[in-house]
Ligand binder design. Structure first.
Ligand SMILES: [Zn+2]
Length: 104
């Protein structure tokens, strides 16, 4: 068991197609990417960035982001955790179904 409750905060840069972690007590939802200085977005620590060359998956991550989904926990009606979609077609359904749980 991990006795340390501290969770690193993850940020993703769509320009570099990378994620990086900060363990500061960060309250910002965006920060400048350390490499390209463009805007990087805060993600849940569970976020696993796709491979850099994986256009499809990055498009999916971007689509979800534009609809307010940052791999935060999404709950189904029965209280169980919803699984994030694996392709854009599933994602279109997902963002509608869970629109009330999207981050503004
Ligand atoms: Zn960058």
């Amino acid at each position: 068991m991990n006795s340390n409750p501290r969770r690193d905060i993850k940020f993703a840069c769509f320009n570099c197609r990378k994620s990086f972690e900060r363990n500061v007590a960060c309250i910002e939802n965006t920060m400048a990417c350390p490499e390209c200085k463009k805007k990087a977005f805060r993600y849940d620590h569970k976020f696993r960035p796709p491979k850099k060359e994986d256009d499809k998956q990055w498009k999916l991550v971007q689509f979800l982001k534009e609809n307010g989904f940052y791999f935060q926990r999404i709950l189904k009606k029965d209280g169980s955790r919803a699984v994030y979609p694996e392709n854009l077609r599933e994602a279109a359904v997902f963002v509608k179904e869970y629109a009330d749980q999207a981050i503004e």
